[in-house]
Structures are given as structure tokens and as C-alpha cells.
Design a protein. Structure first.
Length: 545
């Protein structure tokens, strides 16, 4: 009681000094964020869904078709709520991502094991391309960074004796899974360890906190979209590749991280190895999560956006090291800081130019999107008309196109507006094509589907003209789920049958050539892994109606 009325002046001084350091480090990260911020092409897929919802069409990709094209439910809901207030999706996404990024940095800096540890952690964040690029990409990364930092902080401070913070740890994990479903592998070991060690009364509360966000979202998703999983999961995981083929496809993705973002690669590896070798029950589950998630990235075939899938495990690794390793200026801090600076400066990230690479890097979206969507880019236009795909979308809107086939659908679809139905050969926005096997070989993250005989006629006419009987049945069921009244008994039966394996059975029975990709009216000219509708032209846009 005495301490409440007689505060220790030294303690107050230490608190003020600590707050000053946290604010200073946050200011440095904010400067780096604003200077380099650029929205990625894929974020405009979610932007189109939000734009449709704000204009009364519902959270859908094509108006009138209930298809969940986004992989990040919680981020989409947050962005929808704030955009409804501000009226500007682009600016809202960048501002909201900045706020979440600063929350992440403040949590790590405030709870680091010392001032020098905090300085090193912020340096590592600044020189991580994965963190800097995707904090502002307007995808789920910024939200995931803040949640995973909160998870590690609350987990490290969780006390078995009192049970305090158990439900907070579990809630952070549950919200992460709703942010992106595959984060379940990243946080699953922590949740399991928490439920084992928590007291009985706290265990049930923690279980409820972890499960409730996912249960609520899954119930909505099943009723509204007809599936527990986003359609993008079917498009990217239902690709017909064997496990060996998937790991082979993912190899360039891991190699890209090591070559261009050595800071992120080294921190993730160091945190995982250190955590697995430690006997601490607090650190090992976090390390197991890092390993499981890395294996998942390999099994999924990697991705085409360099660093995107690594940014959240990187933040977890930074938090693990920052909260458990005490660096001292006269001992180990110089070595950690020098190695981080040497690796980070090697590519000149942040220091020389906003564009990270002088050489062509296929997997860097930031390098080629910044002139069109950079927050401070002088070349950016408010309607993104200086980006070719953005200009094509505006033209489609002006010329009243009704049905268009295109592979790069994000910015195009956002600018085209709700009156243009976009057929996506990569199947992100197509609930029927996503259930068919993709062509081989495919580029990671770009698993293209061939159009079955009669499919384009079906899309343009509104009548089922598919030639194969099994595909006709599959299309009817998918279409019923997407367009019928939510509680229509026939729709509910279709939801049950497709979610219990009938979609796989019908696709397997069909006579369908996954490699018969083509663009209507054009001869097939390429079998390249990254081709679109048999062409190598990234600008290819086919007006069907």
C-alpha cells in the first residue's frame, strides 16, 4: 500500500527512459514504412470484394456469385469496417497497416530483454525485406505481425501458478487462425502446450478463447459461401501435384529468401534451432511452430510473392529472440548488430533506393508495383490508370464489358467494377475451376486451369453447356451454392455433398485435359510454367461478352 503513495523516483525515471526508446524505435520504423509503402497487386482482389460489399453486392468477387476469394477473413472484416467510415479503401489499408505495424514494433521493443536487444530487434525488422515489403502490402501481414507479437509476449509472461494471461494467449492464437487459416500450424504447438499446462478452470476458458473466433467465422463461411475454406485454398492446394512435386516447386521460393533476404532467413533459422535445443517448455512450442509452418510452405509449393509467407514466422522469431536473449554492449551486442547490418546492407534495402533490386527479381512485387501503388510515389495516380492493368479495368468499365477472361485479376477487377464478370483461369475467383486439377508444370502460386469444353459458352450464356456429364453435375452444384437463396434445401444438400468429397469424385470422373489451356480466338503459343491461357503476354485480356 505504501508504494501506491510513495513512488520510487528511480523507477519513474526508468519508465520514462524506456518509453522514450520505444517511441524512438517506433518513429524509425514509421519512417521506413511511409517511405517504402506500396500496395501489392493481390490486395486489390480483396479491395474489389470490399468495394462490392460497400455498394450493396455483398462480400463477393463477381456480383451475384458468393465466392470467398480472400484468404484473410479477419483482415478483410477490419478493412471493410474502417473503409465504410473513411470511404477510401486504398488509403485506409495503408493507414491501418501502419498502425498495426507500430503496435507490433512497440510490443517487441517494450518487452525485449534489454535496450541493446530492442535495438537489434528493430534493426533486424528494418533490414528484413519480408517485414518491410509486406507490412504495407495491404494483405493480412501487418495484422498477423501484431497478433503474433502479442502472442509471444503474453505466452512468455504466462504464469502456470496463477493462470493469468492464459485466455489472452489463446485468443491471440484464435484470431491469428481467422486472419489466415494456415497459421494454425504456426501457433498450434503453443495452444496445445497451453491447454496441457493451464489449470483446469483456465483451460476451458483458454479453449473457448482459441476456438470461438474460428467457430464463428466457419459457421458464417459455411452458410454464406458454402465452404469452410476460402476458394483460394482450393485453387492453390487442389493443384494435383504430388508432395515431391510440391517441395520441388517450393525450392526456388526458399532460395529466393536466402538470396535476397538473408536477415529474415537467418533469424528464422536461428530462433528455430535455438528453441528446439533449449529445454524450456515456453520456447520449444514456438520453435516447433516455425518448423511446421516451413514444412507447410514446402508442401504447398511455395508462392510467387517473395517473402510474403515468411514475414509472420520472421516476426515470431524476432519476438522469441528479443524476449529471451539479453544483449550487452560490451559482449555480444556488437556481433549481432554487425552481422545484421552486413546482411541487410548487402542488397541496399531502404538505404539507397525504395526499389530494392537493380537486377530482375521475378518474385519481388514491391520492386515493380511501387511506381503504380506506392504511397509516396510521384507517378501514382488516384485511379491507378498509369498501371496497365488498372487502365484496362477502367476501359472495361467505360465500354460496359460484361464477361472478361484474365489471369492478373486484382487491380483490373477493382477498376472494372461490379458490372464486369471476371473469369479467372487461376481459379482464385472461380468456385468451379478451383475444384479441377491444374496444368503441369505450374509456377508456384499460379496454378492455372484449362477451360473445359463448353465452359466459356456456359459463362457467357448463363446456360450449362459443358460437354462432360460429370463436370455438368459439378457445375450445377457449385452454381446452386453460389447463387441460390442461403437456406434453400437444395443448396444446403449441395453444400453437404461437395464438402464431403463429391467434388473430388466428379472431377476425377471427368474427361478433362488440365494442359489444354487456350485463349479464345488465339492459337496456343506457350507451355511455359507462367503462361496464361496458352500465351506469355501478361497483359492478355479476352473480352467474352
Amino acid at each position: 500500500m505504501r508504494a501506491l503513495f510513495h513512488a520510487d523516483p528511480n523507477e519513474q525515471s526508468r519508465t520514462l527512459v524506456g518509453a522514450f526508446w520505444v517511441l524512438l524505435l517506433c518513429a524509425v520504423v514509421a519512417w521506413a514504412y511511409v517511405r517504402t509503402a506500396a500496395v501489392t497487386e493481390d490486395a486489390f482482389i480483396t479491395f474489389r470484394v470490399i468495394d462490392n460489399a460497400l455498394h450493396g453486392y455483398g462480400p463477393v468477387w463477381n456480383a451475384g456469385e458468393r465466392v470467398q476469394v480472400y484468404t484473410h477473413p479477419l483482415w478483410a472484416l477490419l478493412l471493410l469496417a474502417f473503409s465504410a467510415i473513411t470511404g477510401n479503401i486504398f488509403q485506409t489499408a495503408l493507414a491501418l497497416s501502419l498502425a498495426l505495424t507500430l503496435i507490433c514494433v512497440a510490443l517487441i521493443a517494450r518487452h525485449a530483454a534489454g535496450r541493446w536487444t530492442a535495438i537489434w530487434a528493430i534493426l533486424a525488422l528494418l533490414f528484413s525485406e519480408a517485414f518491410v515489403e509486406y507490412s504495407s502490402a495491404a494483405l493480412e501481414n501487418a495484422l498477423a505481425h501484431a497478433l503474433v507479437a502479442a502472442l509471444v509476449v503474453t505466452w512468455v509472461h504466462f504464469r502456470v501458478e496463477t493462470g493469468r494471461r492464459a485466455w489472452v494467449v489463446a485468443l491471440c492464437a484464435g484470431l491469428l487462425v481467422v486472419t489466415r487459416h494456415d497459421f494454425a500450424l504456426l501457433v498450434g504447438p503453443v495452444v496445445i502446450s497451453l491447454l496441457i499446462r493451464a489449470k483446469r478452470s483456465e483451460r476451458w476458458l483458454a479453449l473457448l478463447a482459441a476456438a470461438l473466433p474460428l467457430v464463428v467465422w466457419s459457421a458464417f463461411s459455411l452458410v454464406y459461401y458454402g465452404s469452410l475454406w476460402p476458394n483460394s485454398a482450393y485453387a492453390k492446394l487442389n493443384n494435383g501435384l504430388s508432395m515431391a512435386e510440391s517441395f520441388s516447386a517450393a525450392e526456388p521460393y526458399f532460395r529466393d529468401l536466402i538470396k535476397y533476404d538473408a536477415v529474415s532467413a537467418l533469424v528464422i533459422a536461428a530462433a528455430a534451432i535455438r528453441g528446439l535445443l533449449q529445454s524450456s517448455w515456453r520456447v520449444r512450442p514456438l520453435a516447433f511452430g516455425l518448423v511446421l509452418y516451413a514444412l507447410y510452405i514446402g508442401s504447398a509449393g511455395g508462392d510467387y510473392m517473395g517473402g510474403r509467407l515468411f514475414s509472420t514466422p520472421f516476426v515470431m522469431a524476432i519476438a522469441m529472440l528479443a524476449l529471451n536473449v539479453r544483449l550487452r554492449w560490451w559482449w555480444n551486442a556488437p556481433a549481432w548488430i554487425v552481422v545484421t547490418l552486413a546482411l541487410g546492407l548487402h542488397r541496399g534495402w531502404i538505404v539507397k533506393d525504395v526499389h530494392p533490386h537493380a537486377e530482375l527479381r521475378m518474385m519481388s512485387q514491391h520492386a515493380w508495383m511501387y511506381p503504380f501503388t506506392g504511397w509516396l510515389a510521384e507517378t501514382r495516380r488516384a485511379d491507378f490508370s498509369n498501371m496497365p492493368w488498372g487502365e484496362q479495368g477502367l476501359r472495361a468499365r467505360a465500354e460496359r464489358h460484361q464477361v472478361v477472361a484474365k489471369c492478373a485479376v486484382g487491380l483490373y477487377g477493382f477498376n472494372a467494377g461490379p458490372t464486369v464478370r471476371v473469369v479467372d483461369p487461376l481459379a482464385i475467383g472461380d468456385g468451379f475451376l478451383s475444384r479441377l486439377p491444374s496444368k503441369k508444370p505450374s509456377y508456384p502460386g499460379h496454378f492455372e486451369r484449362a477451360f473445359p469444353d463448353g465452359y466459356l459458352d456456359t459463362v457467357t450464356s448463363g446456360q450449362n453447356q459443358l460437354h462432360d456429364q460429370s463436370l455438368r453435375i459439378l457445375y450445377e452444384k457449385v452454381r446452386l451454392i453460389e447463387t441460390a437463396s442461403l437456406l434453400d434445401p437444395a443448396r444446403l444438400r449441395a453444400i453437404w455433398t461437395l464438402n464431403t468429397g463429391e467434388d473430388k469424385r466428379l472431377a476425377a470422373q471427368a474427361v478433362y485435359d488440365p494442359n489444354a489451356t487456350f485463349a479464345p480466338g488465339l492459337a496456343k503459343t506457350s507451355t511455359d510454367r507462367l503462361s496464361c491461357m496458352g500465351q506469355l503476354d501478361p497483359m492478355l485480356t479476352v473480352r467474352l461478352k
